[in-house]
Design a binder for this molecule. Sequence first.
Ligand code: FRU
Length: 511
Amino acid sequence: MSLTRRSFIRLSAAAALTPAMAGALRRSTESDTAALCRKLADDPLRPQYHLLPDHNWMNDPNGPIFFHGRYHMFHQYNPAGATWGNMNWAHATSPDMLHWEHEAIALSPTPGGPDQDGVFSGSAVLDNGTPTIIYTGVAPPSGNNTTLRDGSHTWRETQCLAVAQDEALRTWKKVTTPVIAGPPPGLDVTGFRDPALWREDDKWMLILGSGIRGKGGAILLYSSPDLRNWTYLHPLVEGTFSGKDSSNPVGAGDMWECPDFFPIGNKHVLLISTMGKVRWKVGTYANQKFTAETEGVVDWGSYYAAKTMLDRNGRRILWGWITETGPDPELIKAGWAGVMSLPRVLSLTANNQLQTTVAPEVSGLRGAQIASSGPASIANIGDVRMNNLATELDLRLKPKIGEFTLHFHSDSGDFAVISLSNKEGSRVVTINEQSFPLPSEYDSEIRIHSYIDGSVMETFVDGSALTTRVYKIPSGPLGLRFEGNVRPISLEGWQINPISKNRLTSPLCSP
Ligand code: FRU
């Protein structure tokens, strides 16, 4: 059984004790860990085929990158508990974006350094083949250099750089002083973090999530010849002021976190996170300015801080943090919090709406088929049984005018309900308590594609996405029931195979 950092600290302290006392403490620590491992591996609400922390808290995806035949996913992680705090970069690797293994923590705060209070979000790039990370460090402010005030914290944010020391990306060497030490002079920012990077001609470009006091959200654009010396250019794009007070600028939509910026076809896409949602803007990038033409929401549910990367074939893949909706005491009781979304693929419609679907390779996790296409299986929809909260369902249907609902239920009641209100000029999908509009015409076919994994349900409806959290343990397998005006066209469903034997609780708990 490997030791947690906290149990290691407790064991080290035990060195000052008598051998008998130290032995007793070690045994109690080991049995604490064993009990935690059993609880985590037996938690039916803990996903089995998503990446998630072995225990404790995670949030944003950071610096996802394909390097030397493996995918590396870093993410915000609290090694000391199941609620937000003590931000480190945890590290997981995968050969295929589906099967993940946890590695040791990649980046931790350096005492006395510019990241002494937290290693916040950022990006990884290959600098002439060498993986290099730029991230936001937070430290106590001195004088008037505070850039983050959210009602609970007051910090100075600077942009810091670290270089990989090995091909497995396990060891990183930090540059001791920030590469961007503060906001451009004269800009009164409400936040200054989450660098995203790209190559343009012979330069590096960097954007930062920000906001300008009294003016609203802003994305700040920089350029550099070498990733170390940065010149501020101008805002890539600016928002409009909400008029709300600035005690929590992200909550008001006046500070934009976690930007990401990339081309799709001949358009550019900007992602930002604010007011609890990831928003997209599609438009034109010319002369280092971005003009948004269309905009929308990436996922209408419990999903935040999305970030993209290029996969081994140069395809753009989107990752996002699936947030918890329960209160902190529930997270502490469960011993873990936060999940990484399944890999998603982005595309644009003819009128430049951003579409999200799950990456096709996720079908490689399919196990037993629980429903198969065609009218016969539709007639038997009541016979479908979905086991272990680990399933995929793919349904095509033609709704009629009015309402229809699809219940995912067990004997103890509904686990989830997907409904559609279908009127001329207005189509609204609701999944449990969350809704979103569908742009399609009331008489067109609909595809509902849902992945259930423990307390996570990722649903895609015609290119829109909504991630739901459900903290209910069903009394047995889930069945399906339709109500209302609908003509089902086809239904397919599968059990989904777990990606580990123990709900990804190694290395805390050896298999
Ligand atoms: C978004 C965010 C980022 C920040 C990180 C800290 O969820 O607030 O802006 O870098 O989380 O954990």
